[in-house]
Design a protein around this ligand. Structure first.
Ligand code: HPA
Ligand code: ZN
Length: 317
């Protein structure tokens, strides 16, 4: 497959495969709750976003050193290259690591070094988007932004992730204003489990240039008109939506409707080690469910390039 896809919504911690969890736990002397991979695998059944996040944060405890983050990112880049990804804008959750005593600089240096070296070997360019963990206090988000900006590692943008409902984007208005003033791009998860009001706030209060997920935008016709007329990119993650029960099945995913409405949608894997696959697996699931012809995939690939921050221009005017 040609490397003509940009992956714009993938959490590096969500690429932590079970084999690497056991490997890193052994290397770092960390005791796991499960005796083996088969036992751990039984826990990859999710009711909703929170039930996934509980396991996601538990598993990432095995990541402690710069080398761990380097190896994690290297493995993702090699796999993404086989999926046709030529460019990635990688989400990282520094607060999830600093809370365990792993400094933001350690995390970012490992990810950045892999993007630089393994990315070049694998033919994948990339950048880092540091995400605010929205169910942690606002002061923690501000401290994270200070740490990230002070790390000396080049950063593409600031994002917003973790438990959505009850944590509206407006809580972090000032943090995102500071990020924009520092020249960072701005994106936000909204409309995954939260309603259209979260998407409006992400756009109007945070100045988000892309919306991550955004599938619940369809409930609000005025929002659909806004997203369409401004061609604001939505980074949609079909297998994630099914596994977290945001949609009942892949066949009932609103992606075809979003395309019909003229929305600028892109396809992404979100947390591929947890949701049944990488970008190519998501594309295959869509092909099987909807029988899309090659033109649709060409549009989706072109959308991903247009929505990326590669050009240096904002994704949204
Ligand atoms: N949604 C919100 N936060 C996340 C996700 C997600 O799908 N994956 C990792 N953090
Ligand atoms: Zn996500």
């Amino acid at each position: 497959m040609a490397s003509d896809w940009c992956e714009l919504h993938v959490h590096i911690e969500g690429t932590l495969e079970p084999a690497m969890i056991f490997d890193r736990a052994r290397a770092n002397g960390i005791e796991l709750a499960d005796p083996d991979e088969a036992s751990l695998a039984l826990r990859y059944e999710f009711r909703d976003l929170q039930s996934f996040l509980d396991l996601y944060y538990e598993n990432m405890r095995v990541l402690r050193t710069e080398a761990d983050f380097y190896e994690l990112t290297a493995a993702y880049l090699r796999r993404a290259a086989t999926a046709g990804v030529g460019h990635v804008e990688l989400f990282v959750d520094p607060q999830a690591h600093s809370a365990r005593g792993v400094p933001a600089g350690t995390v970012l240096r490992g990810v950045h070094r892999a993007l630089d070296t393994v990315g070049a070997e694998a033919g994948v360019t990339g950048g880092i988007i540091a995400c605010v963990v929205r169910d942690q206090p606002v002061a923690s988000a501000d401290a994270m932004l200070d740490d990230v900006l002070g790390s000396g590692v080049p950063i593409l943008g600031l994002g917003l992730d973790s438990a959505e409902v009850g944590y509206p984007p407006s809580l972090f208005a000032r943090t995102f204003e500071r990020a924009r003033d520092a020249g960072l791009h701005v994106v936000a998860h909204a409309g995954e489990e939260g309603g259209p009001d979260y998407v409006w706030e992400a756009l109007d209060v945070l100045g988000a240039e892309r919306i991550d997920h955004g599938i619940r935008s369809l409930e609000d016709p005025a929002l659909v008109r806004r997203l369409g007329s401004e061609q604001i990119p939505l980074t949609v993650c079909p297998l994630s939506n099914v596994r977290l029960r945001a949609v009942p099945s892949i066949e009932e995913h609103p992606l075809p409707k979003m395309l019909d409405l003229g929305l600028k949608v892109t396809i992404n894997s979100d947390d591929p080690a947890y949701f049944g696959g990488y970008l190519d697996d998501n594309l295959e699931a869509l092909r099987d469910a909807f029988g899309f012809d090659p033109d649709v995939f060409r549009t989706l690939a072109a959308n991903s390039v247009a929505a990326s921050f590669i050009s240096g221009a904002p994704a949204r005017a």
